[in-house]
Write a protein that binds this ligand. Sequence first.
Ligand SMILES: [Zn+2]
Ligand SMILES: [Zn+2]
Ligand SMILES: [Zn+2]
Length: 312
Amino acid sequence: MICIECRVENPKERLYCKNCSRILEPRNELWLRVEELQTQLDKNALSLVRTTGILPYIVNQLLVKPRERKLREVISSQGTRMSDLPNLEALVPECAYAISLEKLPSVYAITMAGAPNAFTFGSDDAPVIVVDRRLMDVMSTSDLRALLGHEMGHIKSGHMLYHSLAQTLAQGVEVSASVMGLNVISTPMHLALLGWQRESELSADRAALVSCGNPADVVSMFAKLTGAPRFSVTDRSSLLDNVDNLFRTHPRMSERARAVFEFANTGEYADITKKNNYRRMFRLAFQPVCRFCGSAKLIGAAFCQVCGKSQI
Ligand SMILES: [Zn+2]
Ligand SMILES: [Zn+2]
Ligand SMILES: [Zn+2]
């Protein structure tokens, strides 16, 4: 596959360009659109904060950007890169592909202070996902798929700037901004941002579901994040009935778990799954070699002329 961005030739099995990290599949109508993931409240809130125009821009330049530069320095000096994390290196492109992310984010593992967590920061064109090493030790492959899918859902939805704003404000930088003589952000705006941040998690959870394909896996990931005791994946059938019990100390997590199960039962989710299955089928069919015997074949041929097997 030749990358349409940088023209570098890539091995046929790659989903993303080894040189510029762009997706190799040309954009098509089967790509997941961002509106298919976002909850209505997230959409409304995001367009509201966007219409406030210049204020987020100023806060971003003065407060968020410097913090992020610092964070980038710390992560790249103390973190382990994705290329040195064999269990993540294969998963990251698969999760990104599942939600049609155009570019692969950088992923780092680091040991954090406090409760183990994962987060995403950076601008829309250079996002960074950071995962606590301790999570990687306790999470199964499907948990990690859900975790990466969640973080990538924030990237897909363009949440990072507003997350950074909300976090910067929550840490009291608002005070230093007014000291600097800038009345940068109003109280209603501040509250809107914090309220929206909660809502944005629900959209990202939908991306987690699309990425791992099973609501029980998303809930299992939540359980690992909260350190829920004695979580058993054998009990999946009754998982929905048990979420309140499972997340007794984290009521917000049981709400999120319910929302994930609810979304998994909608026609919207069924449509996304159908589209993704078609996409995978076409990807396999439109390869220059047979996926069974490896013989050269016409790119559009559904059957191999050598072994006769269907490529779909
Ligand atoms: Zn490229
Ligand atoms: Zn999140
Ligand atoms: Zn063949």
